[in-house]
Every structure is written in C-alpha cells, then in structure tokens.
Design a protein around this ligand. Structure first.
Ligand SMILES: [Fe+2]
Length: 365
C-alpha cells in the first residue's frame, strides 16, 4: 500500500546558516515538503538517539506500574491534557466510535502563559508527574523543549517559504498550549490480530506543527526490535491529486538520523490550505505480542489567536473553506470533545452560562 516518495529533507544547519544559498535550499525543501506532502524529514536536529532510548526506558518503567498508580495520574477533569491517558480513551474523528489501543502521557515542556491558564485551565494545566520518576520527568522535559525549538526554527523557515515576515508564526505560538506526548501502543493477542483494533486510526493533528523524533518497536519479551512486519507502524497520506485522488500512503520512516515534521490543521487554516494537514495512521502488527513506544511534540497557536487564513491567503474559496474565524482556544475545546478527551458538556463553556440568573429572578416574582 505504501509508495516510496521523494519527501524532502530540511537540514536545520542550512536553515540557521548565514549563507543565502543554504537558507534557500532549506526553505525550498520546506515549501515542497509541506506544500506537496504535508511533511518533511529534518536533519541536524540535535536529538540524541541514546537520550531518546533512555527516555523510552523511563517511560516504559512508568507504564509497567500498577494500574492504580497510573489511574491516579489519569486526569479526566483536565481532559487528559496532563498525566496519563488510559487505553481506549481517544478516538479519531473518522473512527466511528472505535478508540485507539494505546496509553499516553502528556506534559508541557514550555512555561505556560498564566493569563491563558486562568482562562483555559484544562489545556494550560500544570504538569503532573509520578512519584520517584525524576529521570522520566527530566528526560521528558529536555526532549520536549528540544523538539519545541526545532519546531520554532521550522516555523521561521515556513514564514520565509510563504513570503511572510520571518517571525509571523512564532508570534502566534508564543505562550501557546504546546504539549509533548509519550505514547505506548499495546500488544494485541492472537484473536485480536488482523481484527478491528486500531493502534491509531487515521487522523490529522489539530495543532500547528508536529515533531516526531521516531518510535521504537518492542518484542513480546519487551526487548527493542525491528519492525515486526512490513505493514505496521506510522504511515502518512499525501494530498489528493487528479492522478491519486485518495493521495498516496507513505511510510513515516525517515532517512537514518532524521526526524519527521508534519503539518497540523492550524497551519492549514492559517495558510488557506497552501500547507495541508497530514493524515496519518498507526497500524498494528499482524503478529501478536509486539508493542511500540513513540514521542510527539505538538506546537500550538496561542489560545487567544484567531484561526483564519492570514491576509495573503484570503481568497473567496479559502474564506469559504475556513470560516468562521475561531479562537485557537475555542477550537481546541471543540476538537478535544470531538476526539473523546473532553466531555460533550465542555462545549457549554462556549456560550452564555448565566441564563439561570434570570430564571432565578423571575422565580422571585
Ligand atoms: Fe497524530
């Protein structure tokens, strides 16, 4: 089902360089990758593979704890935006009620905007951490911060690629509800293999930009291993063309030493679809007992910013496609309800909530 496509690689050393030709090379790769495929591979990113492995070990130490320990960090009250998410909680919008067979951890690696935190207590919640897991916490925050800085560099390149002011996107994300997520896809037993259970149903991310430093498969004994079969793991779908109206499925395995960056819905909206959010799916193995761990960092637009095509991208068709303008914080609430992390009542926050006051006054008459 997959095709080997020429996904461009962006070298961050080029992007940071003072050599105009190098910068142009990186910017062109970004424009081609995000414009045509919705993703790029990233080189010279500075993420250390051994540090990532050590983090996954620490994460697996947490996931091996008793269910009760993990449940204590399962925070439905803050829509699971921090701490542990139990298996079968989140579901993709297209999944028709089928949840993903994974457990996750959420933490914010960047300081949050205190004003936005008072207004959006769920998406800007304080981090929570398991007891006695200092290595997990410090590794998590260090990797999340590094991934965030990579995201900011790419956003600067995106602005140049789109002929916007270089800091156009960075000003939109400063103080945003950025979140880093550790994921563990669970083992299927012999009866479940080949059935309807999904590791991660196909979806697009609702944030601005996603950084994926690369997951690891584990065999039934918990040892790191190669991909257990040829069809499992991360796949990304390219945009539709007349030749390929369903897009093409691309295996999300970057060249050696590279990580993946992909476009989320917020970047699609702001660019009027010039950059298109990348649909992606995590396919479970066809062999029982295998698991996979992964890390993802999500760069978000600040909750106060409006999601609507930026001025250069406003045309009748983009205005039709991305209207009405919506606050990013409101958009986040709606999406978290859609994917099953926030309760449907969360939508009641978005309108007037004090009709009962008039009701009580009238009852006095
Ligand atoms: Fe995703």
């Amino acid at each position: 089902m997959s095709t080997e496509l020429a996904i461009p690689t962006v070298d961050l050393a080029d992007l940071r360089s003072h050599d105009d030709a190098a910068v142009l090379r990186a910017v062109r790769a970004l424009a081609e990758g995000f414009g045509t495929y919705g993703l790029v591979y990233v080189r010279s990113h500075g993420i250390d593979a051994a540090e990532l492995d050590a983090f996954y070990d620490a994460f697996l130490g947490f996931t091996a704890r008793d269910e009760a320990d993990k449940r204590a960090l399962g925070r439905g009250d803050i829509w699971f935006q921090r701490g542990w998410t139990p298996p079968n909680t989140e579901r993709a919008v297209v999944a028709g009620g089928q949840p993903d067979f994974k457990e996750c951890y959420f933490a914010a690696p960047e300081p949050v905007d205190p004003v936005a935190a008072s207004e959006y207590p769920e998406i800007y919640a304080d981090n929570v951490w398991p007891d006695g897991a200092d290595g997990f916490r410090s590794g998590y925050l260090a990797l999340g911060h590094q991934l965030h800085l990579i995201g900011l560099q790419l956003l600067r390149g995106c602005a140049v690629a789109l002929e916007l002011e270089p800091y156009r996107f960075e000003t939109l994300v400063y103080g945003g509800p950025h979140v880093t997520r550790a994921l563990r896809y669970l083992a299927l037993d012999a009866e479940q293999v080949g059935g309807p259970i999904l590791w991660g149903e196909e979806h697009t991310d609702f944030n601005l930009l996603t950084l994926l430093p690369g997951g690891r498969f584990l065999d039934p004994d918990g040892a790191r291993c190669a991909r257990p079969d040829d069809q499992c793991g991360l796949y990304l779908r390219t945009r539709a063309t007349p030749e390929h109206p369903r897009g093409q499925m691309v295996r999300g395995t970057p060249p050696e030493g590279c990580i993946v960056a992909q476009v989320g819905q917020q970047l699609e909206i702001l660019t009027g679809g010039t950059f298109l959010a990348t649909p992606h799916v995590i396919k479970a193995p066809l062999t029982p007992g295998y698991t996979r761990v992964a890390l993802a960092h999500f760069v978000h637009v600040h909750a106060h910013r409006v999601l609507y095509p930026l001025e250069p991208f406003r045309r009748p068709e983009t205005i039709r496609a991305y209207s009405p303008p919506v606050l990013a914080g409101t958009y986040g609430t709606k999406t978290l309800v859609d994917i099953g992390l926030a309760p449907p009542e969360a939508l009641d926050q978005l309108g007037y909530r004090h009709y009962d006051r008039l009701g009580a006054m009238r009852a006095e008459e």
